[in-house]
Design a protein around this ligand. Sequence first.
Ligand code: NAP
Length: 540
Amino acid sequence: MVKTVAVVGAGASGLAAIKCCVDEGLEPTCFERSEDIGGLWRYKDNPEDGRASIYKSVIINTSKEMSCFSDFPIPDDFPNYMHNSKIMEYFRMYAQNFSLMKYIQFKTTVCSITKSLDFPTSGQWIVTIEKDGKQNKSVFDSILICSGHHTFPHLPLTSFPGIETFKGQYMHSRDYKGPEDFKNKRVLVIGIGNSGGDIAVELSRIAKQVFLSTRRGAWIVNRVSKNGYPLDILKSRFVYLLNKALPSSLTNYMAENAVNQRFNHDNYGLLPTHRFYSQHPTLNDELPNRIISGQVKIKCNVKEFRENDVVFEDGTEEKDIDMVIFATGYSFSFPCDESVLTVTENKVSLYKYVFPPRLEKNTLALIGLIQPLGAIMPISELQGRLATRVFKGLVRLPAAQTMIHDVAQKRQKMECRYVRSQRHTIQVDYVDYMDELASLLGVKPSLFQLFMTDPKLALKVLFGPCTPYQYRLMGPGKWSGARAAIMTQHDRIIKPTKTRALNKPSGDKSLLHFIQLCTMLILLVAFFPPLLKMLNIFSI
Ligand code: NAP
């Protein structure tokens, strides 16, 4: 009999999860609280209860070749870093291409997910949904929770003495939509995650003055990297392996050195005491420009609020602050009872960040509950591929004790590497984590096999960007278009910026070749005089 799966949420993870179910011959029913797909990425002018909310200008900070679903490349003319409206366009194309819409019940809220009475034998779940004010219960064989982790604002007002006496306005970044209301105001933004950085930069063009407060500083990374390529495509499997082989003090030093070359973090008031890889990165190409032009001033943590002013921990004071934005991150929770999932300060025990390890039957999985150094969409998709194979009994998870041990080990590693903060509880490195999931699923690309059968492709896989197509080259879910997608990924990267036809002077190349030849000759003369002597070039 075909197994039924309840998918909670029709955002990026939910869409991928529906497709994974269909691919595996399962029967998905997706419950989406709002009236449309897209989750976090669907911009609305007003924040809605129970749904993530973004500002109008949000541009994703992972590039399109790294962010796409693995069997559906993002069109070549789409920009490398997409505005949220472009991401929505891609989701709609994906949903249409794989006919996913028919599985989604909109305006339907999942109120609770509980084990059925015979759960230890059946592994089934009772899902209570609410639609048009009426509640209904249904039984499902499995559950994929894809409801995201940026819905509930973390607003730590108790850490900010005097906030109750502050006469200006304050809000969480979740409620920030655009800069219009901030014209000529003196604004304080608290928190230097990606929201805080983006908002401070955007407001600095219209506000009288923006202050950006950070309790520990941050390393600021550029989206646009060497030769104008997107940052994330530069980290190939090879570079990744090399980085892992080097001591972390060295890789940290190299990264810190690289970002300091652009601007000195000390001089810009941003230098943290922690190392580069100990914090979730803040990507912001514009922040240093706004700081050097005085429109954004970096401040340390707030000590207290007064009626109109703010006092900082270094004793400095800023008068007449009109508005404060708490860009202090998010908390998450799920509609399951505590015996299934408990979340404490954003910590949750999940094997591979997907499976609750203590269930009698592995019939529930969380998709997209992850904060990667890298793109999240392909991760959600691979988690969905794994979960659906587990539901079908085609992949067996280890015993509970082994999973619990793995969870504990991962947590310990994370706590050692990252500074203590509730934003660092679900961190993963993209390649490591994708490979880990792929190994369980049997889709990790075998470099040996590739070098034996298709060396050209093998070179791309090893030295090119670790794009999601790599996980469609072999094993279950293999896609016949994966090779072509990898071989053409570079074309799709450069196409959207090459928008002007160039008439290159024909001499350009020969000059370049001449310079290359001269350089090679100089190197030869410098490094191989004995060889040159042997060849009698300098013989008298
Ligand atoms: P976040 O990454 O959790 O950052 C929260 C910031 O607030 C951190 O600087 C944190 O400092 C600070 N903070 C938290 N509690 C505080 C307290 N009590 N006192 C002082 N500071 C406090 O939140 P976010 O920036 O909203 O980002 C959420 C997620 O969305 C991230 O994954 C981010 O990458 C993503 N995002 C992406 C984009 C984009 O793609 N363009 C834009 C925005 C956000 P500590 O580090 O000291 O804890």
